[in-house]
Design a protein around this ligand. Structure first.
Ligand code: NCD
Ligand code: ZN
Ligand code: ZN
Length: 346
């Protein structure tokens, strides 16, 4: 490694939306070019709630990859009020399902079928705890009386804290954390509690939603927060604490669904993910901490081996495309038209 060239163990993305059908075929290679594996989020319509559906979804992803592509989709199940604990046992035994996802009903994109009350899934959590499979959480309360910017903090206070007391051995990943309170919570929690960090929450604060007008392409959930929170996330990312690892939450939506009177939440970062994480760590003078965050800590938490290959990045200015294909439509990638300081090279 020099100042201008980075070689790291092939990274993993521990939080990724690839959608399905033609859209999936458009985006999957963006991830496979950089990452060895990715945790595939199950919020399709209809959601991926059974081992059988996850097997079908996994095959469709593998089918979309050119022969010889070195990429493994790590599948997940979507929890509902009616998930049967036996399905968790079957998921664990499947060998290809690596976690289950808790969406509080109504919290985010395609979460209508999610859990309406955490108590409904206590038997499922018991089983997860027993088999040692991680619970991935979209940690926001959905009470409309709670301010949108406080929903993560209130979730931690009212749902997550009691939950970890109730299920002390349950492995939990707080997904896409956005607040200093979440960082603090994870730092002080036991070893079995970790968190993923997106690159957009490391790069932007909430002003980015309103710079010169409303910016629908900067709208995601949990919504961007104040600068003090971004600072806390950045410190966590570069701290070398293995409880914090990479999860892009790359979430493509067609251009028209974002640029709308009621625009969807989700930012498409997969196209330029590793380049932008490198930029974040570089700006923080912490490039020596990048590999742990991108390639070691997440795999260790999930009980997976390190990827065999490497990824190389070069310091080089290039321009991120203005738009990219998404099935029959277009997606506007994060930082479209902007320059990037790092480039993945063969
Ligand atoms: C995600 C999506 O579009 O699926 N959107 C987002 O803003 N993050 C859902 C999610 O991860 O909450
Ligand atoms: Zn989410
Ligand atoms: Zn997500």
């Amino acid at each position: 490694m020099t100042d201008n060239l980075l070689q790291i163990i092939r990274p993993d993305d521990f939080h990724l939306h690839v959608r399905d059908g033609k859209a999936m075929r458009s985006v999957i290679l963006d991830t496979a070019r950089q990452f060895g594996r990715a945790i595939i989020m199950p919020n399709l319509v209809p959601p991926v709630t059974s081992v059988q559906q996850a097997a079908r979804y996994r095959h469709s992803i593998l089918d979309a990859l050119p022969d010889g592509t070195d990429f493994t989709p790590l599948m997940t199940l979507y929890l509902t009020d009616r998930t049967d604990p036996d399905e968790i046992v079957a998921a664990h035994e499947s060998g290809f399902i690596h976690a289950v996802k808790l969406y509080p009903a109504g919290a985010t994109t395609h979460s209508d079928a999610g859990v309406t009350d955490i108590k409904h899934i206590y038997p499922v959590l018991e089983t997860l705890s027993k088999v040692g499979m991680p619970l991935l959480i979209h940690g926001e309360v959905t009470d409309p009386a709670v301010d949108v910017f406080d929903r993560e903090r209130v979730f931690i206070e009212t749902i997550l804290s009691p939950l970890i007391n109730q299920f002390p051995d349950l492995k939990i990943v707080m997904e896409h954390i956005t607040t200093k309170e979440a960082v603090q919570f994870v730092v002080t929690a036991p070893e079995n509690i970790a968190a993923t960090l997106t690159v957009h929450h490391l790069l932007m604060n909430r002003n980015a939603i309103f710079t010169g007008g409303i910016r629908p392409h900067h709208y995601c959930l949990p919504v961007l927060k104040r600068e003090e929170h971004r600072q806390a996330l950045l410190e966590a990312a570069i701290s070398g604490n293995p409880k914090f690892f990479l999860g892009t939450d790359s979430a493509p939506h067609p251009q028209h669904a974002k640029e709308s009177a009621c625009g969807c939440a989700g930012i498409y970062t997969a196209h330029t993910a590793m380049e932008l994480y490198a930029e974040v760590f570089d700006q923080a003078h912490a490039l020596d901490r990048l590999e742990g965050f991108t390639s070691l800590f997440g795999a260790r938490f999930y009980g997976l081996p390190q990827n065999p290959g490497t990824l190389r990045l070069k310091r080089e200015r290039w321009t991120i495309p203005e738009s990219l294909p998404l099935g029959t439509e277009r997606v506007i990638p994060f930082r479209a038209g902007d320059t990037c300081q790092w480039k993945v090279i063969p």
